[in-house]
Design a protein around this ligand. Structure first.
Ligand SMILES: C[S@@+](CC[C@H](N)C(=O)[O-])C[C@H]1O[C@@H](n2cnc3c(N)ncnc32)[C@H](O)[C@@H]1O
Length: 368
C-alpha cells in the first residue's frame, strides 16, 4: 500500500459506513515491513474510538472488507499460498488437486486474465494466436467517449474489479494522477502488486485440462508504477467518502456481483456531482454470481421492457422517470455492442458483446 495513495484516497472504515452510516478514516497502525513509500505488511485501524477495527495489509494489499474475519477465513488459501514452487512441483499439486479445485481455479482465472491484460508483452508466441488486449480496447473506448463529458482531467480516479491491473495502468497513463484499482480476488491483486514492485509478471497459463505453462516476462510499467496501487475492497461496500471521486471505471463487473443495483448505488454515492461512471457489462447473468432477484433485466419478458437488460438499466439511470431510478446517476451516452474476449485454454475463448454506459453524477435534489 502506497503512502501517497492512503493520503490521496483517504479510505474509510467499511464496517462503520455500512453498519452505522458513519464515515471514519482509516489510519496506519502497524508497519511491519515498510519503507518511506509503501507498507508491504502492517495494519490499518478505524479512527473511531468505539470501533478500532483492524484491517491487515498483506503483500502490499490492504484488505478493506467489512467482515474481515469471515473473508480471511474463507480465503486463507490465497493468503498462505506459496509462489516459489517449480513448474514441475506446481503440476504435481495441480494433478493431485484435480480440475475445479480451488488450486486449479485460481491458476486458471489468474492466468487467463493475465494473458488478456499483459500478454502483448510476452516475448514467447503462444496459443491461441488471436491478440490479447481486449481489456485495453474496451478501456480506450470508455475513456475516449467518457473524458470529453468531464470538465477536467479526473484527479480521483478508481477502477472497480481491476483484476490483474491493466485497466488501472491505462487510467494512470491518461490522468497522470494517483489511481487505484480494487478487486475482491487476492490472487489477481498479488500479481498486480508484484508487477509494480518487480516490473515483471509471472503466472501459469492453462493449455488443456490441468496442464499449464509458466509465463514470466517484463512489462514496461516503470514510468507509471508510482501512480498505481491495488487494494482489496468490495464494490458493494466501497471504503471511500461520499462525493470523493471524479471518475469510476468498471469493466465487466456488474453481472459478477451479488447485488448489481447496490453496486450502482455505491458508485453514485462516492462520485462528486459532475463525476462520471464509465462501465460495461455483457449482462451474462448467472445465479452462481447473482441471485435472479438481483438481475437487472434477464427475466420477466412479459413486462414492457421485454426483460431486456439495457432497457432496465436505462430505467435505473434515468432520474425522476421511474420508481427504479437511483435518483442521482444519469445515463449520458451508451454503446450497444463492443467485443470482449476471455481466454479459456489454448484452443478456446469466449467472445462476449459488452454493453457500455457512461453515467453522470447529478447534484442531489435540494430538500423542499
Ligand atoms: C469478469 S472479471 C473482469 C475483470 C476485468 N475488469 C476485465 O475486464 O478483464 C470480474 C472481476 O470483478 C471482480 N469482482 C467480482 N465481484 C466483486 C466485488 N464485489 N467487488 C470487487 N470486485 C469484484 C472479480 O474478482 C474479477 O476480477
Amino acid at each position: 500500500m502506497k503512502r501517497s495513495h492512503l493520503e490521496h484516497f483517504r479510505p474509510i472504515c467499511p464496517w462503520c459506513r455500512s453498519q452505522r452510516d458513519e464515515a471514519y478514516l482509516l489510519v496506519l497502525a502497524q508497519q511491519i515491513v515498510a519503507n518511506e513509500e509503501e507498507v508491504w505488511e502492517g495494519t490499518l485501524h478505524c479512527s473511531n474510538p468505539a470501533c478500532q477495527k483492524e484491517y491487515p495489509i498483506l503483500d502490499g494489499i490492504p484488505i478493506l472488507i467489512e467482515s474481515t474475519r469471515a473473508f480471511v477465513s474463507e480465503n486463507l488459501h490465497f493468503f498462505t499460498m506459496r509462489d516459489d514452487l517449480s513448474e514441475t512441483m506446481e503440476s504435481i499439486l495441480g494433478d493431485c488437486c484435480g480440475p475445479g479445485s480451488s488450486y486449479d481455479s485460481r491458476r486458471n482465472y489468474v492466468g487467463n486474465y493475465a494473458w488478456d491484460h499483459w500478454g502483448e508483452f510476452d516475448p514467447v508466441e503462444r496459443l491461441p494466436k488471436t491478440q490479447p488486449g481486449s481489456i485495453v480496447r474496451l478501456f480506450e473506448e470508455l475513456w475516449h467517449r467518457g473524458q470529453p463529458l468531464l470538465r477536467e482531467t479526473p484527479i480521483h480516479a478508481l477502477e472497480i474489479g481491476c483484476s490483474v491491473g491493466r485497466g488501472t495502468w491505462e487510467l494512470a497513463k491518461k490522468t497522470k494522477q494517483p489511481v487505484l484499482g480494487i478487486d475482491l480476488h487476492f490472487g489477481m491483486l498479488q500479481l498486480a502488486q508484484r508487477l509494480l514492485k518487480t516490473g515483471k509478471v509471472r503466472y501459469s497459463l492453462r493449455k488443456t485440462g490441468v496442464v499449464y505453462e509458466r509465463c514470466e516476462y517484463e512489462v514496461p510499467i516503470q514510468a507509471e508504477a508510482p501512480l498505481l496501487d491495488f487494494w482489496l475492497a468490495d464494490a458493494l461496500s466501497l471504503p471511500f467518502l461520499d462525493l470523493s471521486l471524479d471518475w469510476i471505471t468498471s469493466i465487466n463487473v456488474l453481472d459478477c456481483v451479488q447485488q448489481p443495483y447496490l453496486k450502482l448505488q455505491q458508485m453514485a454515492q462516492r462520485l462528486r456531482p459532475g463525476g462520471l461512471a464509465a462501465f460495461c457489462t455483457p449482462f451474462d447473468w448467472s445465479p452462481n454470481a447473482t441471485p435472479m432477484e438481483g438481475w437487472i433485466g434477464g427475466h420477466s419478458q412479459r413486462s414492457p421492457s421485454g426483460g431486456r437488460s439495457e432497457a432496465k438499466l436505462r430505467e435505473v439511470l434515468s432520474p425522476g422517470q421511474s420508481g427504479n431510478s437511483l435518483g442521482n446517476l444519469q445515463l449520458v451516452d451508451e454503446e450497444q455492442s463492443f467485443p470482449w474476449k476471455v481466454r479459456v485454454n489454448d484452443r478456446s475463448a469466449v467472445e462476449y458483446s459488452a454493453y457500455i454506459a457512461w453515467a453522470k453524477r447529478l447534484a442531489d435534489p435540494r430538500p423542499s
